[in-house]
Design a protein around this ligand. Sequence first.
Ligand SMILES: [Zn+2]
Length: 496
Amino acid sequence: MQTSYRILVVQLFQETHGFSPVHTPLTSFEIEQGVEMIEKNEKADSVLGGLIRELAALGHVVVPAFAARARCGGKVQDAAYAFIKERILAAARSSRYDAIALDLHGCTQSESLDSVEEDLLSSIREITGYRIPLVAGFDLHAHATEKLFRLLNFGTAYKTNPHADAAQTGERLAQVLDSMLLRQVKPQGFHVLLPMLLGGNDETTSGPLATLHQTMQTAIASNGNLLDYSIFNVNPFIDGAHVGQAVVVYAKNEDGAVAAKALSLTAAAQFWDCRNQFTHQLPCVKDLLQNFSGTQPRLIIGDFGDRVLAGAPGDSIYVLSECLQYSERHITAIVTDPAAYEQCLRAKEGSTVSLSIGGKNTPGLSAMDVAGKITRLGNGVFRNRGAFMKGAQLRLGPFAVIEQARYTLLVTQDAVMSQDPGCYLDAGISLDDTDVIIVKSGYHFRMAFEDYGDCYIVETPGLSGFHPEQLPFEKCRPIYPLDSIELPFLESVYLQ
Ligand SMILES: [Zn+2]
């Protein structure tokens, strides 16, 4: 009996902010293929990393196709997606394999497509037909449509937000695929779509999602015929058909189908019933700083409205200017401004500059004047120190460091994921003597900065605050909370 199979592995990972004016070019992607794809990802804390390790441990042969990863940002440029798709399909045409496993974010849009993943999986199916298993692991913020899941034999999402289980998701995907190839498991999936967007309180460690995940885990563990569940909380900054929350439950085979369908409906009803609990009240910067004296530990402030981790442009100086107004203490901040970076480059390291900085991409924001000495110019990557993507290298790109008595500014040419102290440290900025650190993250920075001080998120203007009424949603309407919706019944769709 055959016990070892050849598995073609693919990665396409970018979370899109569909309303950002700054689109994502090919140069924003880290790209690998062939042996390099294995070498660069086999230790990674990602679905792809977990897949590679677990498939190898189970005795299968990992066949690398193509990997493309970019940070969250605006829609992927059409030419960039065309390039990536062409490479993936070429590998699907020319390689020898028994199954395909993909690491997909699941919420990638291009300038022309509201779901890049639907297009990619459809195109792969045109090559393979339905004769081979096609499975995928997703971020739980995926745009998980019924159509997308019908293209898969099995799909599964992270179960934690902030995301601490990407690698385990890859391992689970490998194990399910192994059981499909070797033990006649034939996943029977059921999908329920809920027309709603979440507006906060959506972490999985507490609140309504913690309860919902607990319900699902208990149900899966208590029925040997059930295989897996996912609760998708779609990124609330994309428009498109069937944008909403999705519950997906799989049985191992036909014996568990009735239970899987029932569980998907129970979970969806529970989810819908607590829809008004998904809101949060954040303090404003002024209130946070009101009692911030010299005796308090350092503050790490997440700029909720300009989260690069949610695809916002990262060009807001709102928190910095508020801190300068309401506190006397030293601030370290990051801001994306290609024009200001160019000015620093022309002025050269060691010189003193006066610049108008920030507020150039996000609608409604203004710039501020800053002055200081350029202490460093550089270009490169940084290493994540904290638990989220620990050890991974992320793009810093071209940058300048401006210092003066009140603040240290990291000015970057491109938006940078600043959820980790590594982005400052590897730009040569010491965090030892600063009192306030500003980051463009809302959740994940807590996993890396807790040793540096007290972490807070604040209400700020920008493209990544939870204010759906301020964004031009059209295709996903009607949707809660923008429209009043009566749900007469929930529909659970069989995926095969
Ligand atoms: Zn996510």
